[in-house]
Design a protein around this ligand. Structure first.
Ligand code: PRP
Ligand code: URA
Length: 221
């Protein structure tokens, strides 16, 4: 397993969310005996942690309120609205976690699967909020393996005139290969991940990883 010091010199755009609660939940998630029900719950919870880190830069503005004791100047979120964009299928498992943090976020969908032979991304669906270029965009997908799916999703969103600085990629496990590909394609897109694993195997699966995230969320295998 990599800690951020092995990569961060090269990749300052990557945030590793190494909170103890995250590491604990990740161990259960990775375990091959974890049920699909618990897997789904953990993906949602880890998405909340990733969403928490990925919104740390949001700006605040003062708001006058009154507590039961006195008036005070407090802080409220200012500025841009948010779009959360899952990469189908597995990214769907992270949407609810983000919406619990940001209930007013709009949801776009990008359908991409990896060809099992070539491991290259095949795109089959894209429906994004019309005003997506005015929003902070959080792309969600539990796995960043070769980086093919994530870079294709980023390209779809940039084609809608969203500046790279407004795009953040939130994943649960990243392979070094995927991080390299996304950063080389666009160094201004920030990546948030709960783990950086060792390598990709011959089938482009992340090792140690957690297996096929989509199958484990939806119980399809
Ligand atoms: C998985 C995962 C990512 C992609 C990552 O999806 O959810 O989208 O693979 O791999 P990459 O970085 O090499 O592109 P998959 O293709 O298995 O589709 P699914 O979610 O529909 O099962
Ligand atoms: N997609 C997955 O679901 N798992 C991997 O390890 C790689 C891609």
């Amino acid at each position: 397993m990599n800690d951020i010091s092995t990569l961060n010199g090269d990749y300052p755009q990557v945030t590793l969310i190494d909170h103890p609660m995250v590491q604990h939940k990740l161990s259960i998630l990775r375990n091959k005996d974890t049920s699909s029900k618990q897997f789904k719950e953990l993906v949602k919870e880890l998405a909340m942690f990733a969403g928490y880190e990925a919104t740390r830069h949001f700006k605040l503005e003062p708001v006058e309120i009154e507590t039961p004791l006195c008036k005070m100047t407090s802080q409220t979120l200012k500025g841009r609205k948010v779009a959360v964009v899952p990469i189908l299928r597995a990214g769907l498992g992270m949407v609810e976690g983000i919406l619990e943090l940001i209930p007013a976020a709009r949801v776009g969908h990008i359908g991409i699967y990896r060809d099992p032979q070539t491991h290259l991304p095949v795109e089959y669906y894209c429906k994004l909020p019309e005003d997506i270029n005015t929003r902070e965009v959080l792309i969600v997908d539990p796995m960043l393996a070769t980086g093919g799916s994530a870079t294709a999703a980023i390209d779809f969103i940039k084609a809608r005139n969203v500046p790279s600085e407004q795009i953040r990629l939130l994943v649960i496990i990243a392979a070094p290969e995927g991080i390299k590909k996304v950063v080389e394609a666009d160094p201004d897109v920030k990546i948030f991940t709960c783990a950086i694993d060792d390598y990709l195997n011959d089938h482009a699966y992340i090792v140690p990883g957690l297996g096929d995230a989509g199958d484990r969320i939806f119980g399809t295998k």
